[in-house]
Write a protein that binds this ligand. Sequence first.
Ligand code: NAD
Length: 282
Amino acid sequence: LRANDLKGGEVAKAMESALAPRITALKNRRMIPTLAIVRVGENPGDVYYQRSAARRCEALGITVEVFAFSESIAEEQLANEILNLNMDERIHGVLILRPLPGHIDDRAICKALDPKKDVDGVTDRSLAGIIKNEPQGFAPCTARACIEILKHFKIEIAGKNIVVIGRSLVVGKPLSLMLTALDATVTVCHTKTKDLPAIARGADILVAAAGRSRMITKEYVREDAVVIDVGINTDENGKLSGDVDYNGVCDAVSAITPVPGGVGTVTTAVLAAQVVEAAERS
Ligand code: NAD
């Protein structure tokens, strides 16, 4: 790790310290904040995220229950399992690991979830809250993680030119709306964007959420840019890699999030924070 790294661990630690007294207060009211993680199949990425999220939450005193289903579960049965979790009073938040297998309609499963338990911002209510900039539901954890990193390191958002590469419902789209609400001027780029390097070079803050291993090279960044790398990919050698060519870019920019140890680390802290928030609201 380098001096200009925006270390996710530092952000997560600060967030977790702020959570500790809130969890204690809940426990004094005989409430143990509880997260259900729903996993379908044995995708190694899902299992990895489940384990690291569970470890971080449990260390804070949040109970985690894993509901693992076979790859071949029918859509209707999975929807019923979600409805059961909606009714289960012990459970405050539900994280559904996605993407789900191809035979299951992702949106149908997300729609089944009670918005009050939607700690990863997948329901229409949560998404509407982001569009309207109203406090209803929850933000997708990864999108909020990017913002927590900028805030923690006191990187100004208002008035800045921010380029977000990626427009998915999980990261790019909600994040660009959240940054707009914080008074940034946001450009959203995607696979059909022309001359991406030139647009990216105009960014004060560049967010890479394309899911393309090391696509962001030096020609995409300006010298004083801040780079947030959301990507979690495997490179041609099966090694974990971000969307940014870290070694090629790190000396050229003012600050950068490493992978691993950047956005992903903060994402699990945001998840914990949103479970606590859901328990407090319940
Ligand atoms: P996605 O595939 O759903 O969306 C990718 C987006 O990037 C699309 O909108 C697409 O138009 C755009 N895109 C793809 N290739 C591009 C290119 N060459 N040029 C410009 N735009 C391009 O992916 P996602 O779910 O949004 O995830 C993006 C990345 O973030 C992945 O690597 C994923 O693993 C990672 N991720 C990380 C976390 C975390 O906690 N750090 C959480 C979720 C996703």
